[in-house]
Design a protein around this ligand. Sequence first.
Ligand code: FAD
Ligand code: SF4
Length: 465
Amino acid sequence: MPLKRAEKTPMPVRDPRERALDFGEVNRGYSAAHAVFEAERCLRCQEPICVDGCPVQIPIPDFIHAVATGDLPAAAKILRSANPLPAICGRVCPQESQCEAECSMTQHFDPVGIGHLERYVADWERTQPPALQSTPSRKEKIAVIGAGPSGLVCAGELARLGYPVTIYEALHAPGGVLRYGIPEFRLPKTVLNWEIGVLKAMGVTVVCNVVIGKTLTLDALFEKHGYSAVFIGTGAGLPQFLGIPGESLNGVMSANEFLTRINLMRGYEFPEADTPVRVGKRVAVIGAGNTAMDAVRTSLRMGAEEALVVYRRSEKEMSARVEEYHHALEEGVKFHWLTNPLEILGNAEGWATSLKCQQMKLGPKDASGRARPIPIEGSEFEIAVDNVVLAIGTTPNPLLTRTTSGLLTNPKGCLVADEHTGLTSKSLVFAGGDAVTGAATVILAAGAGKRAARAMHEALAARVH
Ligand code: FAD
Ligand code: SF4
């Protein structure tokens, strides 16, 4: 099909029948011809409002112009100057509701494919020789707690400013949700490992298997280990449950556990990897965000014959990225909209066998600004299931705040931190990402890490002089 200038150049994807059976990446990435063609659609606006839609303020028209002129080293340099995780953000950012939503082209046409171009440039960069090792030039050491996108970006920015930075990560490998949550078919681990390798080359040290608040306290980082400032990027990894009967049956688990066992602990390589994950023929995933889409599409790849999403609101209120929803549909996922789970029923051996649900209708908007689901009397029905995966949201883990005095949280358990600087209620302790906002997005976490790094630099400079 000939490409039209009014339309965004489509991302080449693998055949749904083939890709739903393995963990290989779904999106193939632009070719050089696609990238130049798409880059030439950019109007190079005098006031590029796309940049305002980007939480890390990438100079979008500049890097796109470099792509259009074939200067990929310049494009990569521009991108990396603003975003230390371009190969990741080019794959998982919701560009459709950020930079691309603002693009001037949308007045008449499709927006420029900013995200696809970001991925193209970052993937080209991965084919180049690795960056040279750099060493810190400043003496004040900074500790970062958590190696998710907020912590990684904060550490990268601090390293760029010359600080010796150490990230302490609770799990055995860095990446946060990028490693344990987002599956290989959307974000290959080779891409994540490469981006973390760039940060290490910049001088960032990553120490895994250290739980701050348990292995070491936050105060000990200052008092015993001599850090001058600390950034908290511990995310929101505590899963929520519905509180309905049957949640403790075998075959029922949170999406966090399901995805962690498969992604981080390589359950999809069982028995070579020693992580059994029992996925039956029928899997129902509760919720309709990115986590739900990842869990339901993962269940197909783990052998489920029927993979369902059960959501109490309608398609319109779903929070998942449009691309993930379309990919799920193409792969054969079925959606039960306006369906509220009431109970999980099980057999005598304690395994889940069905999900009792109730049909809903939409009423006026609730506090979240979305239409409130209202139960329809007498509409109960059952769906046969072998597994139920709960993807209804997460909150910050309270471990660190419970073991650190003077660290204020809000009623939702999120850290209280200044919107612009990330400064918490504790001197020289900064925070950002999901630990502050509650579950959000990679680029918002990255933006918070970047702002906090600059604020930490200013705070330390003010202290010295
Ligand atoms: P996290 O990524 O959660 O990282 C926090 C890290 O801190 C973890 O590694 C954790 O082990 C570590 N940690 C926690 N406590 C301690 C401690 N006490 N000591 C040491 N280390 C600690 N966003 C998008 O933009 N696009 C998507 O497509 C998308 N898909 C998603 C899919 C799934 C399955 C999930 C769960 C989320 C998804 N998100 C997506 C959301 C996004 O991944 C998060 O908003 C983002 O990762 C938050 O980054 P963070 O750095 O705040 O925290
Ligand atoms: Fe290009 Fe769109 Fe940004 Fe204008 S708003 S500079 S067209 S990407």
